[in-house]
Design a protein around this ligand. Structure first.
Ligand code: ARG
Ligand code: ZN
Length: 476
């Protein structure tokens, strides 16, 4: 079981219980990782980040990124030193105002030793100044990067490792925080991040964009896109600011991309009926250019980023429905650990089927039947169990497709009323926090009053194709 963190605003009683708990976390050394079962070195212990303030400068021509990152955090244990996840060259670090020692450890850790230890419960304000050329910074075998350089700029985007190429962080979903991102770029260049655009100021040939995400976000849901973009600013009927950005490098794909992304407000209105109120105060999307060749989309908070490739065959509202559904499934309620990825991808994929049904383009039942029969019984697809796919398979098609079949099987089993009550209760209960598959199973049994152990065993945890009589397709 993942260790539970005390959430912001935890009660005095919770603090007392935490203090009385066996001191298992105290044994962790800086650089050890937060304890994710799939990615044990990711994230850090000993503190809880409340807010990231990033002041960045970026020059597309040279790919040079300069930054001052200020982390406002609280020590959750007595700290002589602590670590952050980061790969770029660091110039200086201050902790609570005073210069601190720092050194690199392992592949992606920056270990910081403050001049004075910080006591449990104490404030931890960390200022990291850095400058580097992110595209030259390799990690692992060099094939993994959260920094996608393009001819006109760069897009910082990655899952599960995300921040290492652009800001120092506690890079694990369990530590959610608010963000301010100020980016200074050459005049004429766009810089897009999450949340609300609070300012755009041009002086001496440089423009500074300030973006504010004032609802808690995981680090992998923060993004930065710099380059030549056509930007569309608007407001929804209920007054949310909308900001969409389309790369100038879309060519004839600009039309289908806009025809898809600009349906976001309509899609959110539909999803609010099924998932509850939209959890954020801004909406939008970024479509990367052809040269970026991103190859995926990511549900970055309030403003997903889409590969051009999704629009190569025309408009694609389904990928928009998928990424916007993640604003609830993954963003509002985030995984407790990466083994919980089914909650994100199973529900975002199922949201595509719901959108299809809403649009009269095929019911969820028809799409479940189709998907079940898409993979022959001996297809290796059926060997990956979406409830525990393993670190190498967190984005395997089984997590998405069998994951959506699992959602459909659940809906069949508990009925539409309990199903929709469950989805809304889940979003309310864990709003702006984290939760695990075990917690989802528990809530589904509570809401439905049914024992669903066999259903989850079959659909989430047992390799092999479930028999038709247990399958979502059995009603056909
Ligand atoms: N969560 C993303 C989505 O479902 C997938 C991201 C895949 N990430 C990657 N680096 N390939 O849309
Ligand atoms: Zn997804």
């Amino acid at each position: 079981m993942p260790r539970r963190r005390l959430r912001h605003g935890g009660t005095a009683l919770a603090a007392l219980l935490l203090a009385a708990a066996p001191a298992t976390t105290a044994a962790a050394a800086p650089g050890d990782g937060i304890g994710d079962p799939y990615f044990p070195s990711y994230g850090n212990t000993g503190y809880d980040v409340e807010h990231y303030d990033l002041r960045l400068g970026y020059t597309p021509d040279s790919d040079r990124l300069t930054g001052t990152a200020t982390l406002v955090a609280e020590a959750t244990e007595d700290l002589d030193s602590f670590s952050l996840d980061f790969l770029l060259d660091v110039d200086s670090v201050r902790v609570n105002g005073t210069p601190a020692d720092f050194e690199r450890s392992g592949e992606h850790k920056l270990v910081i030793t403050p001049a004075r230890p910080v006591a449990e419960g104490g404030q931890l304000t960390v200022v990291v100044k850095y400058a580097d050329v992110p595209s030259t910074v390799q990690w692992g075998d060099g094939s993994v990067t959260g920094w996608n350089r393009t001819p006109d700029g760069a897009i910082a985007l990655g899952q599960p490792e995300a921040s290492w190429w652009w800001f120092p962080a506690n890079d694990h979903p369990r530590d959610k925080a608010t963000f301010d991102v100020a980016v200074t770029v050459p005049e004429g260049t766009s810089a897009v991040s999450n949340g609300v655009l609070t300012g755009e100021t041009t002086r001496a040939g440089k423009t500074t964009y300030t973006w504010r995400q004032d609802r808690p976000s995981t680090t992998y849901l923060a993004t930065l896109a710099v380059g030549d973009y056509e930007t569309h600013e608007d407001e929804t009927g209920s007054g949310l600011p909308v900001y969409n950005a389309y790369s100038d490098d879309l060519g004839s794909l600009a039309g289908p991309a806009k025809a898809s992304i600009e349906r976001g407000e309509e899609i959110v209105e539909f999803q609010e009926e099924t998932f509850g109120p939209y959890p954020y105060n801004a909406l939008g999307g970024v479509v990367a250019g052809q040269a970026a060749d991103l190859g995926f989309a990511l549900e970055t908070q309030t403003r997903p980023v889409y590969s051009h490739a999704f629009f190569e065959r025309g408009s694609n509202p389904y990928v928009v429905a998928h990424e916007l559904a993640h604003q609830w499934w993954g963003d509002n309620v985030s995984v407790a650990g990466w083994q919980d990825i089914w909650i994100n991808e199973g529900f975002a994929s199922y949201a595509e089927w719901m959108w299809s049904e809403h649009e009269g383009e095929g019911t969820a039942q028809e799409l479940a039947d189709y998907t079940y029969h898409l993979y022959p019984e001996d297809d290796p697809f059926w060997e990956v169990a979406p409830g525990d796919p393993g670190p190498e398979n967190v984005f395997h098609s089984a997590v998405y497709d069998r994951g959506a079949l699992a959602v459909h099987a659940l809906r069949q089993e508990i009925g539409d009323d309990a199903f929709s009550e469950l989805l809304i209760a889940w979003q309310e209960q864990y709003a702006h926090g984290n939760a695990s598959v075990e917690e989802f199973i528990a809530l589904s049994e509570e809401v439905s009053g049914q024992d669903l152990g066999d259903l989850y065993d079959t659909w989430l945890y047992t390799p092999g194709r479930p028999a038709l009589d247990t399958a979502a397709a059995d009603a056909s």
